[in-house]
Design a protein around this ligand. Structure first.
Ligand SMILES: [Fe+2]
Length: 311
């Protein structure tokens, strides 16, 4: 079964435009063959592979499984009559390749945990839980006023049939639904525990990438990252605010091709085997899944638009 989100492949018309954006967002980039890969500082795992092509689109999503997990994934795919194919693009890694019901290419490979070597963020002083004692939270002498993304936490991709996609990712690949709003939006997590969601599926007329989301060290880094991108000329997406589904604080900024990058912090974590009841059964819960708990400004009308062109 799937255990983790590994990285995402994107076809983009210009690697250099991609490099400029993701470096501005705080990621490190390096060439990999003809492609460009993006990583988080201090972490040994590719997070985005940019592949040059005629128009921007989601190329594939790569998930991780535990050692020995590939044979189980292969057996589940075969039992569901899912054809196992070959990588749709030239990549320097192996694993299993297949298409999900939306026609998006999925890769599953064995992947170990990739812990961050960055120092942990400052402790938080909350009422009745004062944990930063005798230490300043803010180092005003620091020149580092940028976001330092720690890891790719999740992606949300569009689907013309959310029900069908949820069935596939749960029945065949083992993901669990954390929260859901009918056939409009579903958040899915690893069955081995972890973030509230590593995959979100949102209704659209066709497939495409909505956003890639990176965990940062604290609230400050969400806004330092977003404000730096905006000051550099990139377009605001939505935020600052706090989500209902997953509870994370967020700010989204448009990438050069009108998908979004999200900075997040303080997401709900659900352990393996938890007795977790998804929201979405009532009108109020559905609104909580679809809307922010609060945000500085309302979500813009184009926030949920799919800007990828259909094939
Ligand atoms: Fe997100």
């Amino acid at each position: 079964m799937i255990r983790s989100l590994n990285h995402v492949g994107l076809i983009v018309p210009s690697l250099e435009i991609g490099r400029a954006f993701y470096e501005c967002a705080g990621l490190e980039t390096r060439a990999s063959g003809r492609d460009l890969v993006c990583r988080c500082e201090g972490r040994d795992q590719d997070q985005i592979r940019l592949i040059e092509g005629p128009k921007k689109r989601l190329a594939y999503v790569s998930f991780g499984t535990h050692a020995g997990g590939l044979s189980e994934v292969r057996a589940r795919l075969e039992a569901a009559d899912v054809e196992i194919g070959h990588a749709p693009v030239e990549v320097p890694f192996g694993g299993i390749w297949f298409k999900d019901p939306d026609g998006d290419w999925i890769n599953v490979q064995e992947a170990d945990d990739a812990p961050s070597t960055l120092p942990p963020p400052p402790e938080i002083n909350a009422p009745q839980r004062y944990r930063r004692i005798g230490v300043r939270a803010c180092d005003v002498t620091s020149s580092h006023k940028r976001a330092r993304p720690r890891r790719l936490g999740h992606l949300i991709k569009f689907s013309p049939d959310v029900d069908r996609a949820v069935r596939f990712y749960s029945d065949v690949l083992g993901l669990l639904v954390s929260d859901r709003a009918l056939d409009i939006l579903a958040f899915m997590r690893s069955p081995f525990g972890g973030d509230h969601h590593m995959l979100g599926i949102a209704k659209s007329s066709h497939t495409g990438l909505h956003h890639l989301s990176f965990e940062v060290g604290d609230i400050d880094e969400i806004e330092m990252g977003a404000q730096h991108l905006l000051a550099s000329g990139y377009k605001d997406g939505f935020g600052f605010g706090r989500h209902g589904a997953g509870s994370n604080y967020f700010h989204y900024v448009r990438d050069p091709w009108n998908s979004l990058i999200e900075y997040f912090w303080d997401i709900d974590v659900i352990p393996e085997g938890a007795d977790w009841t998804p929201m979405g059964a009532s009108e109020d819960e559905m609104r909580a899944v679809l809307e922010a708990v609060w945000s500085g400004t309302p979500a813009p009308k184009d926030f949920i638009m799919n800007f990828e062109e259909p094939d």
